[in-house]
Design a protein around this ligand. Structure first.
Ligand code: 3SL
Length: 243
């Protein structure tokens, strides 16, 4: 398995695709997706286009749908939920289809939606996703960060590095690093692995969230490593199910 890391959707090469792709948005989209599916959400359907999201959601029974999303970290008008992983508790999401759009995470998903295997990952389900990849043994893997409006983000590199570290350690030499971004993500993980929450707080998006209000519970939740065994998987185009 040759591992590449791309910081943002715009860095992903055009015209080719990897056998497997893993999308990462630690703060907070892919952490929220993991918790929502873990807590019984039927499916998460992601959209970068809000008009399309509203049209699709309107064709779904009201009692079994939730609209979830943010722009600039703030809940969207008329939506049921923002993008907090601590809000998607079983009482709220169980049995529901989640129609979701976020500033950056859903764009990265859109960019690699044609991959044969597509998972989403956060720190919270890092080892579960890694184990799935080790089972499947794709010949190449693209880890795609979400960043912020097209630019690098520290926290996505942290999680990408955590995945690279796990794969290198457990793959019995079948996994190797293919680009410098993956090497530098590994270095970010080595630097912060004993204090992932400190890394999230130090990141510019962490600081942006702090500027919007108290996000302590979100930071704790997003920084907790290997808590969940759920692997959000695209089995149908644009839809993420728990595996
Ligand atoms: O950019 C995204 O996709 C979000 O996860 C951003 S936020 O953490 O909800 O502000």
């Amino acid at each position: 398995m040759k591992i590449s890391y791309y910081h943002v959707a715009g860095d992903v090469p055009e015209g080719i695709k990897a056998e497997a792709a893993v999308v990462v948005d630690v703060l907070r989209a892919t952490t929220t997706i993991a918790w929502a599916l873990n807590n019984g959400a039927e499916t998460v359907q992601t959209f970068s286009d809000l008009k399309k999201l509203r049209e699709t959601a309107n064709n779904w029974p009201k009692e079994s749908r939730l609209l979830l999303g943010e722009r600039g970290g703030k809940r969207l008008d008329g939506f049921d939920l923002g993008n907090s992983p601590v809000a998607v508790v079983p009482d709220v999401v169980s049995g529901k289809r989640l129609f979701m759009s976020t500033t950056n995470g859903t764009r990265s998903l859109e960019r690699v939606k044609n991959s044969k295997t597509l998972y989403t990952m956060s720190l919270t389900n890092r080892s579960a996703v890694a184990e799935k990849l080790l089972e499947r043994q794709p010949k190449d893997l693209w880890i795609v960060g979400s960043g912020w409006e097209g630019s690098y983000s520290l926290e996505d590199s942290l999680a990408a590095g955590a995945l690279v570290q796990f794969l290198l350690e457990k793959s019995h030499s079948t996994a190797s690093i293919f680009n410098d971004e993956a090497t530098s993500a590994l270095a970010v993980w080595e630097t912060w692995k004993n204090d992932p929450e400190g890394c999230l707080i130090a990141s510019t998006h962490g600081q942006r969230l702090i500027g919007l209000g108290n996000h302590e519970a979100d930071f704790k939740c997003c920084a907790a490593l290997d808590q969940l065994s759920v692997v959000p998987t695209q089995n149908e185009f644009g839809l993420l199910h728990a595996e």
